[in-house]
Design a protein. Structure first.
Ligand SMILES: [Zn+2]
Length: 74
């Protein structure tokens, strides 16, 4: 797994499992109105993981795209 991405923590893997589970089923904590504390907590865990400031998502840009988009100096 040397693709440059860090291995997600166990809690993130579990959060992904919980969210995926709720796409198909309701868990014992699911309320009649559809809300669920487990699903809310899992979604928050995944959101925090995806938006972690020290590991931004990779961008597939040309090597010198930034140079070409920079305005030319007078
Ligand atoms: Zn639930």
């Amino acid at each position: 797994m040397l693709d440059g991405r860090p291995e997600p923590p166990f809690r993130v893997l579990m959060a992904g499992y919980v969210v995926d589970f709720h796409h198909r089923n309701a868990c014992p904590r699911c309320q009649p109105d559809g809300s669920c504390r487990r699903l809310t907590a899992a979604a928050e865990t995944l959101r925090a993981w995806r938006h972690r400031p020290d590991h931004p998502p990779p961008h597939h840009t040309a090597p010198d795209a930034g140079e070409q988009q920079r305005p030319a100096a007078p």
